[in-house]
Design a protein around this ligand. Sequence first.
Ligand code: URA
Length: 311
Amino acid sequence: MEKLPENLLKTYNFRAVLSWYGEMGIDTAIGEQPINWLESAKTIDQSLIARARKKAKPRADQSPAKAFLNSQKQQNNTANDQTGDRKEQRKSLLPNSDQQRSVAPPPKTAPLTIPSLELAKQLASQGTSLTDLKNALESFDGCGLKRTAKNLVFSRGAETAKLMIIGEAPGRDEDIVGKPFVGRAGELLDKMLAAIKLEESQVHITNIVYWRPPGNRTPSAEEGLICRPFLNRQIELVAPELILFLGGAAAKQIYETQTGITKLRGKWKQLEIDGKSYQTMATLHPAYLLRTPIAKRLVWQDLQKIQSSLQ
Ligand code: URA
């Protein structure tokens, strides 16, 4: 490796800077361009203050449906949330610095190679239980996301379930805990389920990719494709009656369409996976609802369709 000039080394104590980064938990480079977060400090501060003020206590006299529909009063915008439709998030909801990030060149992702895809198919087909499948994923190095993630995020909920829920990708909290939807979006998802009288033990929850994309970016098509043999097998093992996709990224990748989530949501679609047919629907992502509580009305319509179909 090329040595840095002496005068630079004297001026900047790079070793100290790197060790400070390490202590602060900065262990991944997520973009080519630095982002000046101080520029958006005002926006962030205000949202945090507003969030702290609005943290309302749950009311015992509320029905689960009302608790879901009214929960916007407790939720507010934070810079860390993921949304299911990140385009909408970038357009209107994120601090300026993130809008800058959207015009930066797309992230480099590991190329999808035929041997990796073949290996993924082979490993996935060998799994006869969810534990086998999880172990197979642990041993699989063909998805570039694994390199930067802390943990594999496989599933939460029942092993077999009438309703399977598939989100976009693990975020920071999920990466730390190793389970999907355990952060604020997950809390709201639990409220959505409670609103149609379902709890964690009655559903199976996962994502289209099993590792956190660095910086919570949308998983690339390649990352989705390489995880797909495992997801297909997971669906087969869970054997759901209905599959609900959360957010535009999951719906677009699975339905192989460019149509946006606002058009896709709330419509039944029959999906063929490995010779089996599943009834599916897409709805808005709970993280999007955290930022756009007014959209909960639409999700409530979708949830009611799911509820009556399950009955
Ligand atoms: N958002 C997702 O799409 N999946 C998670 O697991 C968490 C947040």
